[in-house]
Design a protein around this ligand. Structure first.
Ligand code: ZN
Length: 507
């Protein structure tokens, strides 16, 4: 066994290199945050280049042989420590990331990132023009790049596996496929039963709600839920996101629609969920690779937990609705809590994923997941994608897009990154959100009574203790097993849906 004295300089060297890399990446995130919030449009080209330069420097530093050597030297030390030890975890997680990154040649990275920028621009122009033909050649190239990426990891079971591992480490196409098939089987009849009834009336949400009051209400709510404005801020952007510069600076950016009250509120509480995770990471992990979420799916579970299980619950609005009414007396003064609650939980067959309710949402995700597997497998050609998309919407959701703009071109994902690996996290997140929430209520049943009084401290503390503070010390599978005692499973989500919507729609 190596003594600490012998490994101390190497550990210090590794930590200082990782801090430097973290700082470069964080600087790129600040540039990106500025680009998405305040930068004038004329800055786009220079900004894209600046961000790419920083990422390239960070990538080169991270994949250097010096880091590889330090990780090798530190292996006996790591093995002498318990698995849970923070230093052992840091070495382990860094090695995992290092092994993954060194397999991808830097000229591939450069070519792919240039291609993504070009593809994104083509999509941004083609989408409003409803011109899929204009993006088709770019998408064909993206598919080639995605396959090439996967082939840097020979030995996979399914070609999508290495792409899924990028975002949801430990998950495989086969696991996700069977989980989704099970979920689909449960969801389809629920959607049938709900949509055979008259739709909920959500006219109360489609009135004029001035931006200033909307922002003030959102601010008040998320502060109450535990978002620390001393370590974050909230700005406006066309596409809501959360960004992390350090544990002491986790920002959210949201979008306001003055004619739809739901948009700003639910995007704020969603992004706040991501941000609470970031603000809750243990300070000892600052500037290391451990100061990250466990995976895309786990991150999404935290945003969805706050957005849906908390923010769309009757309990939540029993407390907050009277406050909302004071912000909008002329719009909501005469709207009952029950009408409002039904409006924010309206279920309908729709075309746009980001607008979908929590019952149908996962069906949108599964369509994308299945189609990208087919593309990667070579059983579907890019030119046939729009038709395949429309056909799946017809069969799964009973609606057909009238144009590719609101069909296959609606999401930015395939047009700005790989095909494969980017969608499954949304549904995994929804499933895990119900699992985590169930575990919290089981461990501390008092959480429910506190919530009735608008007190979210106990829930927030439970999430910090069991999930947030650990960052990405554990893989998603390890985390969910530690917290809930099981693998990712559909039953807590399905019982949540059955209970809530069973009551709403007398199912
Ligand atoms: Zn999210």
């Amino acid at each position: 066994m190596q003594t600490l004295a012998k490994t101390e300089p190497q550990l210090a060297d590794l930590k200082s290199r990782l801090t430097e890399i973290h700082d470069i990446n964080a600087a790129a995130s600040v540039l990106h945050w500025d680009q998405a919030t305040y930068m004038p449009p004329g800055g786009a080209a220079a900004r894209g280049r600046q961000i790419a330069t920083l990422h390239q420097i960070a990538h080169e530093k991270f994949t250097s042989s010096a880091i590889g050597q330090l990780l090798e030297d530190l292996r006996p030390y790591e093995e002498s420590l318990p698995y849970d030890n923070s230093e052992a975890s840091l070495i382990r997680v860094t090695r995992r990331d290092y092994d993954l990154n060194v397999r991808i040649p830097s000229d591939f990275m450069a070519k792919f990132s240039n291609h993504c920028a070009a593809c994104y621009n083509a999509w941004a122009k083609a989408r409003p023009e409803n011109n899929f033909a204009a993006v088709q050649p770019y998408l064909e190239k993206t598919l080639q790049f995605s396959r090439e990426y996967a082939n840097f990891f020979p030995g996979y079971e399914h070609i999508a596996d290495p792409l899924i591992a990028r975002t949801d480490y430990g998950m495989k196409a086969a696991t996700v496929r069977s989980l989704f098939a099970e979920l689909r089987q449960q969801l389809v009849p629920i959607v049938e039963k709900i949509t055979s009834q008259p739709p909920a009336d959500d006219a109360c949400l489609q009135q004029h709600f001035p931006e200033t009051q909307q922002l003030a209400f959102c601010h008040q709510v998320i502060e109450k839920l535990g978002y620390d404005f001393g370590r974050g801020r909230k700005d406006k952007t066309p596409h809501p996101f959360t960004t992390f510069f350090g544990i002491g600076d986790v920002r959210i950016a949201i979008r306001v629609n003055e004619n739809d009250l739901a948009e700003a509120f639910f995007s704020t509480i969603h992004e706040m969920g991501h941000a609470l995770y970031g603000q809750g990471i243990h300070p000892a992990f600052e500037a290391t690779l451990l100061a990250n979420g466990a995976s895309t799916g786990v991150h999404e579970s935290q945003s969805r937990l706050w957005e849906n299980l908390v923010g769309r619950s009757r309990q939540f609005w029993t407390h907050f609705y009277p406050q909302l009414q004071t912000f909008f007396p002329s719009q909501l003064g005469n709207v009952s809590l029950e009408t409002f609650y039904r409006a924010i939980n309206k279920v309908q067959r729709s075309l746009i994923r980001t607008d979908a309710d929590e019952v149908t949402y996962n069906l949108h995700v599964m369509i994308r997941f299945d189609l990208e597997l087919q593309l990667l497998e070579g059983t579907l050609a890019v030119r046939d994608l729009p038709e395949a998309w429309n056909e799946r919407y017809r069969s799964d959701l009973g609606v057909v897009p009238s144009s590719d703009s609101e069909g296959v071109m609606q999401d930015v994902h395939w047009y700005s990154d790989t095909i494969g690996g980017l969608f499954q996290g949304y549904t995994l997140g929804n499933l895990m959100s119900a699992q985590f929430y169930q575990a919290a209520l089981k461990a501390q049943p008092e959480i429910s009574a506190k919530i009735n009084n608008g007190d979210y401290t106990m829930l927030h503390n439970w999430l910090k203790e069991h999930i947030y503070q650990h960052g990405c010390k554990w893989t998603p599978t390890e985390l969910i097993d530690r917290v809930t005692g099981s693998d990712v499973t559909i039953s807590p989500f399905i019982s949540y849906i059955q209970q809530k919507y069973g009551e709403l729609y007398s199912l």
